[in-house]
Ligand binder design. Structure first.
Ligand SMILES: [Zn+2]
Length: 256
């Protein structure tokens, strides 16, 4: 892991510089610079899932296609519309569901599976402080989500997407223990910030390339309203839309 190597380098540099600069007036300046660099890189590594800083996430596909992924559902207002569009366009996607929403809408989870889509774990609580959870608390949150999915659909997910794309060393440990894969993305649609449908469609079709894992949200009306056009444009551009398990070559569920 890059984080362990960088921490080792920083501690060594800190110790060496303390000795070398001890008798000069610059010692605090040098040590502060090293400390700032360390915290800066750590913060960047936490928020940039593609950096694979704390753990190795799968951020890209292996085959010449793209995969659509939806986070933060299931939502009774918008997920059905998204499923209707996917059905009409004959496209399969992956839904990283929030456990506490899933237990309130088991029929949506069942529909996602019945229509050939994949379900992944996006934590049970999606708590805004989940990045600060202890190992134990994180493990029980992720397990609670997987159990909820398994109770409803009979499938225990192996794909996990970290809420807010934030990672840390505790995720690496917990995902390792649970045998789960961290799934990132290579194209962030920014549907959470898009002002209108055309901005969202344009953002995706102007930057999309093969092997992309596209991050979308199925609890947003704008995403539900734009999905049909997004898929049509991709197909017109000759871009094949594949399932995430096939795109990355990994099993999505525990095998019995
Ligand atoms: Zn989320």
């Amino acid at each position: 892991m890059k984080h362990n190597i960088f921490t080792f380098i920083c501690i060594t540099a800190f110790a060496l510089c303390s000795i070398i600069f001890w008798e000069t007036g610059y010692v605090w300046l040098v040590l502060t610079a090293i400390a700032l660099l360390y915290f800066g890189v750590t913060a960047y590594g936490s928020y940039q899932i593609q950096a694979n800083y704390f753990l190795k996430s799968i951020n890209k596909g292996k085959t010449k296609a793209i995969a659509l992924t939806f986070d933060d559902g299931p939502d009774p207002e918008t997920t059905p519309a998204i499923l209707d569009t996917l059905l009409e366009k004959k496209v399969k996607a992956t839904f990283f569901v929030i456990g506490k929403k899933a237990v309130n809408h088991p029929e949506l989870l069942q529909r996602i599976v019945d229509e050939g889509h994949t379900i992944g774990n996006h934590s049970y609580s999606h708590h805004y402080l989940i990045g600060f959870f202890s190992k134990q608390k994180l493990k029980s949150d992720l397990t609670q989500c997987s159990d909820a999915i398994s109770d409803i659909t009979g499938k225990k997910p192996l794909f996990f997407r970290p809420p807010f794309g934030v990672t840390n060393p505790r995720y690496a440990t917990v995902l390792g223990t649970l045998g789960m894969h961290s799934i990132g993305w290579s194209l962030r649609s920014l549907d959470t910030r898009a002002k209108n449908k055309y901005q969202l469609i344009n953002k995706i079709i102007s930057t999309i390339k093969t092997r992309d894992i596209v991050l979308l949200h199925d609890h947003l009306r704008i995403t539900a309203d734009s999905l049909g056009d997004i898929i049509s444009h991709c197909l017109e551009m000759g871009i094949k839309i594949e399932t995430l398990p096939r795109l990355i070559g990994k099993e999505p569920y525990e095998q019995h």
